[in-house]
Design a binder for this molecule. Sequence first.
Ligand code: GCW
Length: 611
Amino acid sequence: MNRLIIMAAALLSLVSCSRPEPSTARRELDRLWKGSPVEFRHTPEMKAEAFGIEREGHKFVISSADDTGALYGVYSLLRDSMQIPREESPAFPLRLLNHWDNLDGTVERGYAGHSLWDWDALPDSVSPRYLDYARENARIGINGTVLNNVNASPQILSHDYLVKVARLADVFRPYGIKVYLSVNFASPMVLDSLPTADPLAAEVTDWWKNKADEIYSLIPDFGGFLVKANSEGQPGPMDFGRSHADGANMLARALKPHGGIVMWRAFVYSPIDADRAKQAYMEFQPLDGKFDPNVIIQIKNGPIDFQPREPYSPLFGAMPQTDRMVEFQVTQEYLGHANHLAFLAPMWTEFFEYVKPSSLTAIAGVANIGDSDNMTGNPLAGANWHAFGRLAWDPQLSPARIAREWIDANLLIPGSNIPDSIYSGLLDMFLTSREAVVDYMMPLGLHHIFAFGHHYGPEPWCDIPGARPDWLPKYYHCADRQGLGFNRTTSGSNAVEQYPEPLRSQLNDIDTCPEEFLLWFHHVPWTHRLKSGHTLWDELCYRYERGVSTAEDYCRRWEEARPYIRPELHADVAERLRTQAADARWWKDACLQYFREYSRLPYPTGVTAPV
Ligand code: GCW
């Protein structure tokens, strides 16, 4: 009887006592703002990950339904304690970084050193940098990370590696971050010598089911798989005469009992006869409605490959019965690597002008992170990591606001009284930088005239023996004596057909096609007049020249801002900006000299002839 009374009393006290304080949120608060007048309030009716901040007398109250919401509330309060009361919740439930990190420590398209993951030292030794990484991500609302390259080594699914992955998951969990893995479709053949990886073969489905059970026994909140299949030589279901849907659904069914998901990439790239810009749509659109509910199709923002400017991929509008997510590239594979300043928020908000965030289930960004001291190589590239997270949280945020947040917190000497004119010069550098890159690399809709392999400098003349057909000279720019640009209209490859009306007709007509996409969709005569009144040739020259002078101007502005910038950053960035300006001139000289062999027109006044 006594025991019963004690148990009832204990139960009663559990019910009446409020939920314990969210421990990570409290720890972060104590670390970043000791003695702060903040109280946490458990508010179960709020949405997952959401938070509210209000004032009660002298204290701040952060309300949330869960610990992650409380943590996000802390970071948000530290960023802005003025706009109160406010309530926020994320626009996308899944906000992921994709690491293209290989198990040997290299990073594909990474420009910030080696991989942050020290696979050899794990699981016994856990670098303190994993915690820094988790905090940086939680600060901007990232809630998932795919640890390894989409060109995936099957070894990541071996037991030894899964134990290491589990250690990382333990570090990230308190910060609301789940781990995911890229998987190689042929894993059962490589790891366990199965004769096939056919997604419809019973032994294969069993293998994946057992693998999923093993993963979840080590990592109960494992997020799921990311898959690059039948693209650039990676294995996939089509090797066995099956479709992307067969492959994705088989994996999805193995993960489903545990609540995991499959992100199946639509970046399919193999030498085909059709215009490469059409390939993803051609392969995936017919499969709409055939994917299981826990599959999301992960589509790059544009139809080709992370170019400085691309129109949105028409696949986003073509699979209404399938969950879709966008893949942005935070690392600057095609935007000057770690040398150029290219603040990417304007590029990503431009995408959202065409694709409604509410039509997407999730968002991923290919990380620009490595083991360099600042984790991003170029210190200014930290602004892109920040921007990706902030836009994943709220795609309506303006690039200017995001840039200001980052500049204030990271660039300026605390307390430095920077004059308005210098501050707005700095801000303007960020906001114009992506457009400047477009100007000096590939204006007016030109694309993919990069050097083969490293994707850094210009090579519109590329004719590497043995290169893929679309790398052959002129595949993308189609320069000839008449003009320049890829005819994707109804009289050409008809890629316009993949876009809905009225956009399709607008793109199809040389007079209504937005000029930033002109040479993407049209083969334009050299003497065709553009809106500026200039001929195509003259306008092309002016754009390249404008790109160069903008890049040169950045060096001057940066110098002017020197007294207000953290000294350890100033010299490093100054050097990179000088490289950027020199590269801009290199791009201009190389491209104009090359295209002039076709246009045979003089350089217009005001444009310095290449030396
Ligand atoms: O952008 C291209 C890159 C490849 C990359 C591929 C992809 C991971 O050049 O390095 O491979 O896209 O997205 O799969």
